[in-house]
Design a protein around this ligand. Structure first.
Ligand code: ZN
Length: 313
């Protein structure tokens, strides 16, 4: 009788600990309506193109900190702000953490740039550059992924960063990469999100990864979601690996640090144009891409997958 009870307890215990993340669970959690709400808020005219000199970036940052606060993402530093100065103007990255931080554990970083290029009055018909695809979409992804990850416990430290001043020369990410290095925080890998609002020409619910051959990250992600991560020849041709916020983390920490995107040069005509607006985004595909990204990241964390550099750029 006692043995039966013991076995029963063991069965119950093991079924609890093996309750792993499913795609279905993530898809139910990451709601299309929320994707739309966050995207439209960040790309609204009120946010003035999310540039720090006109106060628009600060409004977007307030939205992000409220979101963090409401969804259990704690400030990594004493506040969410990691300040830096670019051409005499102060701005700040927003850095949060999921769960507690333990220096003995590996740390992964998930990020996107929040800033865009602001207002240009010379463009009389439409002076506000809303930057819906670039990069309200990637910021939306990071917020929704962070919210999902914050519902669970992980064996790794997870940092969440929204970067300032990407459009001014990848400044925010460079600042944080340097600061983390100086503080002795060793990152294992970094995943960056850029421009997810247009459906990749090769198919729905797909992204491409920059620096595709530099690490085993694409293969590890595709093991959980077959064909999700694609190789884009233009990404290599235009060296996109060096053109977004992942690059500083690669350079300064010598770790796999790569960008996921759906902008493939054929599917969106409004890159850095005033017409980059929320109405043009394919929200359904975007929300799917965010769910799949959250799922593969959750699996990688859950199974403590090691992501390694395979070569140097
Ligand atoms: Zn961008």
């Amino acid at each position: 009788m006692k043995l039966v009870k013991l076995l029963l307890a063991l069965v119950i215990l093991s079924s609890c600990s093996t309750k792993t993340t499913t795609l279905d669970e993530v898809q139910k959690f990451i709601q299309l309506e929320e994707t739309r709400d966050i995207l439209f808020t960040l790309a609204s005219d009120e946010m003035k193109g999310r540039e720090s000199s006109n106060g628009g970036y600060q409004m977007a940052a307030d939205f992000v900190t409220n979101f963090f606060d409401e969804n259990g993402i704690e400030p990594f530093y004493p506040s969410y702000k990691d300040s830096l100065q670019t051409k005499e103007i102060w701005s700040y990255n927003l850095v949060g953490r999921v769960g507690s931080f333990d220096n003995e554990k590996p740390t992964i970083l998930i990020g996107a740039h929040l800033d865009h290029i602001g207002i240009n009055e010379e463009n009389q018909e439409d002076p506000i550059f809303n930057g819906a695809n670039d990069n309200a979409s990637g910021s939306t992804a990071v917020l929704q992924i962070a919210k999902f990850l914050a519902t669970k416990k992980w064996n790794q430290n997870i940092l969440i960063a929204l970067f300032a001043d990407e459009e001014k020369g990848l400044r925010g990410a460079a600042h944080l990469a340097e600061r983390l290095k100086q503080e002795g925080i060793n990152l294992s890998y970094m995943v960056n999100f850029e421009m997810l609002g247009a459906t990749l020409t090769t198919g729905e619910n797909q992204v491409y990864m920059t620096g595709y051959n530099l690490s085993n990250m694409p293969q590890k992600m595709n093991a959980y979601a077959p064909e999700f991560v694609q190789f884009l020849p233009e990404a290599k041709q235009y060296n996109l690996f060096k053109r977004s916020d992942n690059y500083s983390f690669y350079k300064i920490h010598n770790i796999p640090a790569q960008t996921l995107s759906t902008f493939d040069f054929k599917n969106y005509d409004y890159y850095h144009k005033a017409g980059d607006e929320a109405e043009k985004m394919d929200i359904t595909n975007m929300s799917q891409v965010i769910s799949t990204s959250a799922y593969v990241l959750a699996k990688m964390l859950e199974e403590e997958v090691s992501i390694n550099l395979l070569s140097q750029e």
